[in-house]
Design a protein. Structure first.
Length: 169
């Protein structure tokens, strides 16, 4: 009941002095934040980040890594690279190497499974919609939807889950 009251207050606040698109965004945002599955997804994302900090991840924000994933993933999609194809393996290898460097880890099968889990936790498409609604409400510029890129990377990583063989000296 309290959630519905809070949502109603959000919508009432939005209506005062807002454009129609902003009011519609407020209404959709209220519906979204009332969705128990979405709230659970956001909770999983927050818990994942907290767990990573608790086990010693002190790497901070990863803007450069995010940009690389977006650039490489979008390039693969634009080139028509099927994530299950052998042509996707070098892209996965580059992205895993970048993750490993950022997080000071080694490219192993176990680490690839960790990265897959990290991407799966972050890949809820409703997250982009939530951010898009916030942008509409606040007059911020819209952000690109990276959901297709995360989907491509997730599928490619599931297919190419084994780390490349180490070359002996």
């Amino acid at each position: 009941m309290w959630r519905e009251i809070a949502a109603s207050r959000m919508v009432n606040r939005a209506i005062r002095g807002s454009k129609e698109a902003q009011v519609n965004a407020w209404v959709e945002l209220a519906d979204l934040v009332l969705d128990p599955d979405f709230r659970a997804s956001v909770r999983r994302m927050a818990q994942y980040q907290a767990d990573q900090r608790a086990i010693g991840d002190d790497t901070g924000l990863h803007h450069d890594l995010t940009v690389l994933v977006i650039d490489q993933g979008q390039a693969a999609i634009d080139a028509g690279t099927d994530p299950a194809s052998p042509a996707a393996a070098p892209v996965v290898d580059r992205l895993i190497n970048a993750h490993a460097k950022t997080f000071r880890r080694s490219d192993t099968n176990d680490y690839r499974a960790e990265v897959l889990h990290r991407v799966e936790v972050a890949a809820d498409p409703r997250t982009h919609r939530y951010l898009d609604l916030l942008a509409q409400i606040n007059g911020w510029p819209p952000q690109p939807d990276i959901t297709p890129i995360l989907d491509w990377f997730t599928h490619a990583l599931r297919t190419h889950h084994s780390s490349p063989p180490k070359l002996s000296p």
